[in-house]
Design a protein around this ligand. Structure first.
Ligand SMILES: Cc1cc2nc3c(=O)[nH]c(=O)nc-3n(C[C@H](O)[C@H](O)[C@H](O)COP(=O)(O)OP(=O)(O)OC[C@H]3O[C@@H](n4cnc5c(N)ncnc54)[C@H](O)[C@@H]3O)c2cc1C
Length: 335
């Protein structure tokens, strides 16, 4: 297994933040991954698993070994109407979704155009437009980064919740591959966001999954900056969830507050609305800013440093706390 030293990471994270990895490896299979993990553990080095770098903020250099799983491959097997899709960790998520649509394996259309790798998808239980990975994840094949032991997790063992999982909470697993459970029968979900409105604009009354995917792609492209042009890491803050009492107090004071009732009685607040109300949409400090059209997205104007990103994040968190007494959590992993 080839271990590189002193590798720059700027081109490996979508915020384009400069950082260096003392040691770097990109194993193409499970055996090579175990060898790289052995190397790090024999030297007592910390280990960071890096996917596409679209949900990571380098506020400093990561210590130890950065390991970027290189496993590829997509293979479908069938059981009546169900499609079980085996996918290597390094497959690009967006390309994977396109490929499922080309093959008429349905289920992932609402998750179109989410950047990053398949291996990272379970980590924060990626979600968009009313669907999350947990709805279609069958199994995860992972390696314990300390012991090198392999383990298969069924869906219920992944402990999925909103933008969370055991992989995010424990940070002790390298995901080598996943198995998705899709269907040969479409299940159209247009109830979230502006999907239905977009389909009406196009005169589509009986949408196919491909129509839904196209609507999602259109909406995302019109709202979110492309990291290849404007470096960013997508939503910088998670939507906070508050209990019903707290929500009623907020609603009394701020009748226009944007919220989504949760099945368990709690209420999810739109972090973008909270930030916008603080007058921070479009605000910049140094080389970092809040996107002028999307208050949840922080952007790199050029040569931003990780420290500048964290300074602006703190300004946003403090402003929202002062005005609403609501705590905003940073969504990407901060190194
Ligand atoms: C423009 C934009 C839009 C986005 N939109 C959405 C959205 O709609 N919904 C959504 O949920 N997310 C969204 N994201 C966030 C991001 O796309 C997802 O979190 C994605 O899954 C991250 O994948 P990655 O490969 O880039 O992971 P990375 O950023 O490299 O890593 C993220 C985390 O996963 C861990 N990790 C990565 N790979 C592995 C692996 N193989 N095994 C174990 N741990 C691993 C890392 O250690 C880190 O903790 C968006 C990001 C951007 C830039």
């Amino acid at each position: 297994m080839k271990i590189l030293t002193n590798q720059p990471l700027r081109h490996l994270n979508s915020f384009n933040l400069q950082a260096n990895a003392s040691y770097f490896a990109s194993p193409a299979n499970v055996e090579a991954a175990k060898a790289a993990l052995d190397f790090a553990n024999s030297k007592a080095l910390p280990i960071l698993v890096l996917g596409g770098g679209t949900n990571i903020i380098f506020s400093k250099d990561p210590h130890g070994l950065v390991i970027k799983p290189g496993m590829t491959g997509r293979k479908a097997s069938f059981d009546n109407n169900d499609v079980y899709l085996h996918v290597g960790a390094n497959e690009g998520w967006t390309e994977l979704v396109e490929w499922t649509l080309d093959n008429q394996y349905w289920g992932l259309e609402n998750l179109s155009l989410i950047p990053g790798t398949a291996g990272a998808a379970p980590v924060q239980n990626i979600g968009a437009y009313g669907v999350e990975l947990a709805d279609h994840l069958y199994q995860v094949h992972a390696i314990d980064i300390k012991t090198g032991q392999e383990r298969v997790f069924n869906n219920s063992e992944c402990e999925f919740s909103y933008r969370n999982s055991r992989f995010k909470a424990q940070q002790k697993w390298l995901i080598a591959s996943i198995i998705l459970k899709l269907s040969l029968t479409p299940n159209i979900r247009t109830g979230y966001g502006t999907i239905r409105q977009r389909l009406i604009e196009l005169g589509i009354t009986k949408p196919t999954p491909v129509d839904v995917a196209k609507a999602v792609i259109y909406i995302r492209q019109s709202k979110l900056p492309d990291p290849a042009i404007t470096p960013n890491s997508g939503s910088f803050f998670s939507n906070p969830i508050v209990d019903r009492n707290k929500f009623e107090l907020l609603k009394d004071k701020f009748p226009d507050i944007v919220s989504f009732a949760q099945p368990d009685g709690q209420v999810k607040l739109a972090a973008a609305w909270l930030i916008e109300q603080c007058g921070l949409k479009g605000f910049s400090k140094g080389a970092v800013g809040i996107h002028p059209n999307h208050a949840l997205v922080m952007i790199n104007h050029g040569k931003a440093t990780g420290l500048e990103v964290m300074e602006l994040a703190k300004i946003v968190q403090d402003s929202v706390m002062d005005r609403f007494k609501v705590s905003l959590e940073i969504e990407p992993r901060v190194i």
